[in-house]
Design a protein around this ligand. Structure first.
Ligand code: FEO
Length: 399
């Protein structure tokens, strides 16, 4: 049964929701599911903006066919060729072979890569600033390379001031009837997933996102239509500000994240004593995590949010405790920079974690390690308590 929804008098959401998928991109847990948004513009000519993942292709095709009725599909705009948005393209082309695919040169090449045996009968390759008039609407194409993938573009409808922003401004989380961000408690119930989506999926590409934000700043935007999650029509500048912070690797707030990699609990005990000292000095909302039980995607998002990161880590196999090493490599892979670091290492006979963490941090940009670094030998001693005080003082002084 079709599930399309009207957005304006002639624009429709025709996507689908997946609440069963365990891991998005086969990596990221999504307990709240995910939506794959596609849009249909019913102007004098009809325009489909992106398709969907194969998991929801059936409802998407029903939506499309029901809305089009006897009308032809004139254009298919491909803003992003990743399979979570283009898996249904082959089926659409088979049903509507006369539709013209509008996309960047790179996207056209990717259609060939993904759908080798599926010819694209009609296509129009567009460059930055080119337009397509469909009747009342004029669509302008804004290239957005590496706002996740190299072929990406965004599409701006100047008639209704709508920006179809591809992955940008998306979020994990299936839609539950409410289509618009102003219909849900976004800040309390969605922001965490939006941050985890941005930082893990697009976080590495801060500079390209900044370039897109610059283009967006020159447009009058009344509505943001991303490929995942709710549509924005109110308070857009609040969400743009979040993107500005995330993409410039600016901490969202002065806050401390403590990540523990502890085998028998001694390293974690010392980290907790540090956390308590921070609390006694007035630091609020300290977040302490065990890297072995918290998914790295949660910690990557938290590291983008917080100004200060404390790594408390056991030595393991003459190196960094495995789950901590994974976290650090993830932070590096996602381009995190501009953070202040506290460090506690543990080694019962040949401590190596601290040294190796420091070299990893040196290979990232603008990561400042505070003194003192705390060296545990199996467990914290009474004599080391002043060092914990000194580290807590240093963290507070730098906040
Ligand atoms: Fe939602 Fe980059 O795909």
């Amino acid at each position: 049964m079709y599930q399309h929804r009207a957005i304006t008098e002639d624009l429709y959401w025709i996507g689908g929701n997946d609440r069963r998928l365990a891991l998005f991109e086969n990596v990221y847990p999504i307990p709240r599911g995910v939506s794959y948004n596609a849009y249909l513009l019913m102007d004098e000519q009809t325009v489909l903006l992106d398709t969907v993942d194969k998991s929801v292709s059936e409802v998407f095709l029903e939506n499309l066919e029901h809305l089009l009725g006897q009308r032809q599909l004139d254009y298919i705009i491909i803003n992003h060729m990743e399979p979570d948005h283009c898996a249904a393209l082959g089926q659409v082309l088979r049903r509507y072979p006369d539709a013209t695919v509008v996309c960047t040169q790179k996207a056209l090449a990717m259609i060939g890569q993904f759908f080798g045996n599926q010819p694209v009968p009609r296509s129009r390759v567009v460059k930055e600033g080119e337009t397509l008039s469909t009747g009342r609407h004029t669509l302008t194409f804004l290239t957005a390379p590496m706002v996740h993938w190299p072929e990406v573009m965004a599409t701006y409808d100047s008639a209704d001031q709508v920006l179809f922003s591809a992955d940008a401004f998306g979020t994990f989380g299936a839609l539950s009837g409410n289509l618009f961000a102003d219909e849900v408690n976004f800040e309390t119930q969605w922001l965490e997933d939006a941050r985890r989506y941005y930082t893990n999926i697009v976080g590495k590409y801060g500079a390209p996102v900044q370039a897109l934000l610059k283009k967006a700043a020159g447009l009058d935007i009344r509505m943001l239509c991303p490929l995942h999650g709710p549509i924005w029509r109110e308070n857009i500048s609040w969400f743009l500000d979040k993107y500005m912070q995330w993409s410039s690797y600016t901490p969202e707030e002065p806050a401390v994240l403590i990540a523990c990699g502890s085998v028998y609990g001694h390293t974690e005990d010392a980290a907790f004593l540090l956390a308590s000292r921070l609390a006694e000095r007035g630091v609020r909302n300290i977040q302490m995590y065990d890297v072995s039980v918290t998914h790295p995607s949660v910690l990557v998002a938290e590291a983008f949010r917080c100004s200060h990161l404390v790594f408390a880590c056991a030595t393991y196999n003459a190196g960094i405790f495995p789950c901590m090493e994974t976290l650090l490599l993830e932070l590096k892979a996602h381009g995190l920079k501009n953070r202040t670091i506290g460090l506690l290492e543990n080694g019962s006979w040949a401590a190596a974690a601290g040294c190796q963490i420091c070299s990893l941090l040196e290979s990232m940009q603008n990561m400042t390690v505070l003194e003192p670094v705390i060296h545990l030998k199996s467990a914290l001693t009474e004599a080391q308590l002043p060092q914990l005080d000194a580290l807590a003082d240093a963290i507070v002084a730098s906040m």
